[in-house]
Ligand binder design. Structure first.
Ligand code: RNT
Ligand code: ZN
Length: 421
């Protein structure tokens, strides 16, 4: 470790000590946060059903065509290994059903099985990663008219029910193999571009489809189920069947987790504020960390107020084990490996900032109704020497400090990504 870095760290630690913050304790807690890293930033949500699969439908969109995207499982794994070598901590990896190893075989969504994911489990074990999973109810002809589990066509509904049942079976298989429950998240695109007459029936059908799906019971050690709501999408501007209220009700009455995607609410809505409400009644919650720019744009997370507030809410009330943190962003206009590294590092940094907050002092000011001090302390903490602690933490974990990782990403692009033509 460089002398400068160590001296900076020592000074920072003394400073934090003087405002009542224990840095060692903070770093110990930070180490236990495991972020579930999405597979789909690596190849623009394409997957491997056919050699040239692309994202279609569902109101989510990838823009950009930066060269170098992963074209095979092997390439994606190589990219992920690079990514994980540039971020501190032990994390998870989040697969979508379309990322199976189908080896050129035409395997429809209602035919997926654990065997197509054995290679992933082998790789994950080798890399000491835990896997999470998602059913894929988009990029498929049977989702083309915008309805899946809430479709009025029973055949369509049954097809997707079978798909999700199989996806959960795969998640449970992961859970058993890795001795840690796999989080299975369900997001469906169902909705309408224009004002519906009937808002009721699709929701009633969705409820029934979900109840059918969750008839298959797994143990707590195998799988943790989540359902993800949304406000609107491109093509579903006027009505989304799986709204927040729908899934909140469903999750609370069926003992499932809600998934809060930071891009799935009104832009002025404080998603972090939902944590202390929902967790009064639910055991756990799943987060999709994302950055919405004017809409659910899935930009790379940066250290903005929204992300910092989510981290602060988790940390202040010791919700570390009750919040499952997953990432959901995809940007195809820049080096994808770099996108991962920046987004993950920002997410971990937001937790570190929260852990180094002078919590006792701020709480005290609040209790005394000294609101000026409360605001001043919060504002001043933005200038605290968190960077020195972060660099120390990175070195401790044998990953590049700030300002160093970018070089490695650029080298990787030169030596690996740019050769993919
Ligand atoms: C879509 C949801 C969903 C997807 C991923 C790929 O709006 O956010 O989580 O982004 O499943
Ligand atoms: Zn999401």
């Amino acid at each position: 470790m460089s002398i400068r870095l160590e001296e900076n760290y020592k000074a920072a630690k003394e400073f934090y000590n003087s405002i009542g913050v224990d840095v060692d304790e903070a770093l110990k807690r930070l180490k236990d946060f495991s972020i579930s890293v999405q597979c789909w930033q690596g190849d623009d949500v394409g997957g491997f059903e056919t050699p040239d699969s692309v994202l279609s439908g569902g109101g989510i969109q990838v823009t950009g065509n930066y060269p170098g995207k992963a074209r095979s499982i092997k390439e994606l794994q190589t990219d992920m290994e690079k990514v994980f070598s540039l971020i501190p901590g032990k994390h998870r990896y989040n697969l979508h059903a379309i990322y199976g190893d189908f080896a050129g075989e035409k395997v429809d969504r209602d035919e997926i099985e654990p065997k197509y994911f054995e290679g992933w489990i082998e790789w994950a074990k080798e890399k000491d990663l835990k896997l999470d999973f998602n059913a894929t109810l988009f990029s498929h002809p049977k989702a083309d008219n915008g309805f899946t589990l809430s479709s009025s066509d029973k055949e369509i509904r049954d097809f997707w029910i079978e798909h999700v049942k199989r996806a959960r079976e795969i998640a449970a298989y992961f859970g058993r193999e890795q001795n840690s429950p796999s989080v299975h998240n369900l997001w469906i695109p169902d909705g309408l571009k224009d004002i519906p007459f009937d808002r009721w029936s699709p929701r009633e059908r969705l409820k029934e489809s979900l109840d059918e799906i969750f008839k298959d019971e797994y143990s707590k050690g195998e799988i943790k189920d989540a359902v993800e709501s949304k406000l609107f999408g491109i093509g579903s501007e006027s009505y989304v069947v799986g709204s927040h209220e729908f899934y909140l009700g469903y999750a609370l009455t069926r003992n499932k987790m809600v998934c809060l995607d930071m891009g799935h609410f009104h832009l002025t809505e404080n998603v972090a504020d939902k944590i202390s409400s929902i967790l009064q009644f639910a055991d756990e919650v799943l987060f999709h960390i994302s950055r919405a720019v004017r809409w659910d744009s899935d930009h790379i997370p940066i250290l903005n107020d929204e992300l910092r507030e989510v981290a602060a809410q988790i940390v202040r009330y010791n919700l570390d084990k009750r919040t499952n943190i997953a990432l959901d962003f995809f940007d195809a206009t820049l080096n994808r490996v770099g996108a991962y590294v920046l987004g993950i590092r920002s997410t971990i940094k937001s937790l570190l900032i929260a852990l180094l907050e002078p919590a006792e002092k701020i709480k005290d000011a609040e209790n005394r109704e000294d609101y000026l001090s409360r605001l001043a302390l919060m504002e001043e903490s933005k200038f605290h020497p968190v960077g020195a602690v972060w660099d120390y933490y990175c070195q401790m974990n044998n990953v590049p400090t700030e300002g160093e990782w970018l070089k490695e990403v650029v080298d990787y692009e030169e030596n690996v990504l740019s050769k993919r033509i």
